[in-house]
Write a protein that binds this ligand. Structure first.
Ligand SMILES: C=C(O[C@@H]1C=C(C(=O)O)C=C[C@H]1O)C(=O)O
Length: 105
């Protein structure tokens, strides 16, 4: 196991400080994995924005037809879908996503 060199990066921060790792190997692995995480987060944010746009189309159509913005029975299905896939935290995630898509109720 090698230890990290203390040489700061271009930003003046050492790899150990940036990643919390104690070896160069671990700092390198963490740096690469974080790049993948950042790319995944960009995709997830893009998908959420796409979902918000599709949800807005549904809500507008329902409002224009004389209905209400919110449909609670459908929201229960969405919540159950996330809970089944991700467990209890999935429900909280879905509730946040529904708030993003239709605002607070
Ligand atoms: C998009 C709809 O409208 C609203 C938004 C929902 C959503 O973003 O998933 C779900 C139910 C409704 O409160 C829908 O009814 O499908």
């Amino acid at each position: 196991m090698s230890t990290t060199t203390a040489a700061p990066t271009a930003t003046g921060v050492t790899a150990a400080e940036k990643t919390g790792a104690r070896t160069d190997e671990a700092a390198d692995l963490i740096g690469k994995a974080r790049e993948r995480i950042d790319a995944l987060d960009d995709r997830i944010i893009g998908l959420i924005q796409e979902r918000m746009a599709v949800s807005a189309v549904v809500q507008e159509a329902r409002l224009t037809s004389g209905g209400r913005r919110v449909n609670l029975s459908r929201e229960m299905e969405v919540l159950a879908h996330y809970r089944d896939a991700l467990g209890k935290p999935g429900t909280a995630l879905a509730m946040t996503m529904l708030e993003l898509c239709r605002g607070r109720i």
